[in-house]
Design a protein around this ligand. Structure first.
Ligand code: SAM
Ligand code: DTB
Ligand code: SF4
Length: 320
């Protein structure tokens, strides 16, 4: 078994990132096999429980009030709609249900409604995840007490590149919330986006920051930017697919026990690229025709792809 390390240096991460591709893939796949059943892919389904109208200015995001993306802001959805969507997701094979809200941070009345949603989804036997922006310790604890398993809060890119993408909050704000969530006893889902205009050094630094958190995030979503019309990044150059695979492979080597999720951007990826990502160590996907506000591959198509690759959806984890 490889050692779990949180003391990686930036130079070591850079060295991995720059290995000849086949050497990198061989190492990543070996680490993957040592820690996971390589035929198993964990399935999460996303639901946007509060869409649009977000005061933050994340340059990639269709939900920010700062950009005109044609999205109509909506109120927090009713509990019954969440329960219906979660049940449908469970019946289609998802084991985790992730609720996303376009908040900078939730207000008390909003949080109370969301804890009810978490409780109801938990009671359906699903793992629960939420992404609601910044949290206080009390909020993190009440979510945990309601049955929340994971909190998603992405670092997105390197600390150096961050201010070029987002100006309404800092990298330190992000790290603070990650600490709050961890200290409250929640599992952490934290990753980033590739294709924001960052360079390899930023990708290396993001991976380094993730892998040197006091504990590795249990879940590491690697998103490829979904270019949305009206956002400042709508015409950003798309990333070299082989660079994207390198990010997945290095994440797998650095964080051997984490679920690395091949997240947003799959509609723009070939089957072959997705296959390579799974080989490089990705073992989780978002499943369902919609991410938060943008499309995801059709579920039939995904099941067919997994079957063609000889992969299968992971069984739900045993209750603790
Ligand atoms: N407002 C909360 C926050 O930012 O933490 C939660 C919702 S936010 C939409 C969740 C994550 O979605 C972001 O951290 C970002 O990494 C990802 N995301 C948003 N827009 C995206 C896009 N166009 N392409 C890829 N990932 C995106
Ligand atoms: C994550 O890393 N990716 C998901 C989830 N966590 C919340 C969100 C992707 C959003 C893509 C753009 C959209 O659909 O609005
Ligand atoms: Fe708001 Fe989250 Fe979108 Fe940023 S990524 S604008 S915080 S919804």
């Amino acid at each position: 078994m490889d050692m779990i390390r949180t003391d990686w240096t930036v130079a070591q991460v850079a060295e991995l990132f720059r290995l000849p591709l086949h050497e990198l893939l061989f190492r990543a796949h070996s680490v993957h096999r040592a820690h996971f059943d390589p035929a198993e892919v964990q399935i999460s389904t996303l639901m946007s429980i509060k869409t649009g109208g977000c005061p933050e200015d994340c340059g990639y995001c269709p939900q920010s009030v700062h950009f005109n993306t044609g999205l109509t802001p909506e109120a927090l959805v009713p509990l019954a709609a969440v329960v219906d969507a979660a049940r449908a997701a469970r019946d289609r094979g998802a084991t985790r249900f992730c609720m996303g809200a376009a908040y900078r941070n939730p207000k008390p009345g909003q949080l109370a409604k969301i804890t009810d949603m978490v409780r109801a989804v938990h009671d359906l036997g699903l793992e629960t995840c939420a992404t609601l922006g910044m949290l206080t310790r009390e909020q993190a604890e009440s979510l945990r007490d309601a049955g929340l398993d994971y909190y998603n809060h992405n670092l997105d890119t390197s600390e150096a590149f961050y201010p070029q993408v987002i100006t309404t909050r800092t990298y330190a704000d992000r790290l603070d919330t990650l600490k709050t969530v961890r200290d409250a006893g929640l599992k952490v889902c934290c990753g980033g986006i590739i294709g924001l205009g960052e360079g390899d050094q930023d990708r290396i630094e993001l991976l380094h920051t993730l892998a040197t958190l006091p504990e590795h995030p249990e879940s590491v979503p690697v998103n490829q930017l979904v270019q949305v019309e009206g956002t400042p990044l709508e015409r950003e150059k798309s990333v070299d697919p082989l660079t994207f695979v390198r990010v997945i492979a290095v994440a797998r080597i650095l964080m051997p026990r984490s679920r690395v999720r091949l997240s947003a951007g799959r509609t723009d990826m070939s089957d072959e690229l997705q296959a390579l990502c799974f080989f490089a160590g990705a073992n989780s996907i978002f499943y369902g025709e919609q991410l938060l506000t943008t499309p995801n591959p059709a579920t039939d198509r995904d099941l067919e792809l997994l079957a063609r690759l000889g992969l299968r959806p992971a069984a739900p984890p045993l209750p603790a």
